[in-house]
Design a protein around this ligand. Sequence first.
Ligand SMILES: NC(=O)c1ccc[n+]([C@@H]2O[C@H](COP(=O)([O-])OP(=O)(O)OC[C@H]3O[C@@H](n4cnc5c(N)ncnc54)[C@H](O)[C@@H]3O)[C@@H](O)[C@H]2O)c1
Length: 280
Amino acid sequence: MKDFEGRIALISGGAGGIGSAIARHLIAAGARVALADRDLPRAERIAADLGAGSAIAVPLDVTDADSWITAREAVEAQLGPVDVLISNAGVAYTGALDAIDLDAWRWVYEVNIMGALHAVRTFLPGMKARGQEGHVAMMCSITALHPFATQGAYTTSKAALLNFATVLKQELAGTAIGVSAVCPGIVSTDLRANAEDARPNALKGGIRPPAQLSTSQGMAPDHVGRAVVEAIAADAFFVFTHDDYADSIRSDRDLMLSAMQGSADPDYREPAHFLTPLPR
Ligand SMILES: NC(=O)c1ccc[n+]([C@@H]2O[C@H](COP(=O)([O-])OP(=O)(O)OC[C@H]3O[C@@H](n4cnc5c(N)ncnc54)[C@H](O)[C@@H]3O)[C@@H](O)[C@H]2O)c1
């Protein structure tokens, strides 16, 4: 999508650090934006800062399919049909795999994965039916490719989301709807405080993340917002904002490929059509 002039975007988690940065860059490029968030007062404050003609705030709980439908109706009534869908809302929860409360696992997956599924189910049929240029961006994380200890609920949900975005890209091949999978490293936002606030009451005061997992020293969200809008304009699938991970990801992939030596059944070959490269 080269031209954002007059385009309508919805950003879930739009009241957050990265979501509002994406909004700012979309508006600068000519789009109008709906900030959809569970924290409506924060979304309203940011929408007012972004400019009343350019941004609106709508309430949304990404885990609730009905809430998505209500949000879509509100955006369509105020701005029109959505061309750019940014599935960005996300939460984190710290703990070892066997120590994390089952309800915490469910909550993280409900927000990070089911939230993205609801986004696509709510908006994609209309985008396809209109047949116009559109774009869907999924806010994954570098941890989808480079997971680490004590963040398993988060990193496994982001790995699933990256896979989800890859399948979506394949399913939309040949249409005018592009897909991006955004995989940032650390970004300086209030992710952990907002996630603590968003937690169901029974999960309040869970295991605190170690000090080295603070996002306060991360990249400023503005850079990520700009990179996302540039990626949409270029119809780029992978969006990496932190190149520090290249060596370790290359090494992980080399390790994986070195383990793929010879077939367990030398007489069997997979069907050729399964072996096409992933979308570029
Ligand atoms: N900050 C980082 O280091 C980092 C790195 C990689 C990826 N990400 C991802 O970027 C996205 C945005 O995170 P951020 O860092 O801007 O944090 P943030 O907390 O500022 O933004 C997340 C927003 O999602 C909202 N939200 C949470 N649960 C919701 C729900 N059920 N319904 C609707 N809204 C909900 C929050 O209110 C918040 O405004 C997340 O998906 C996060 O996982 C963040």
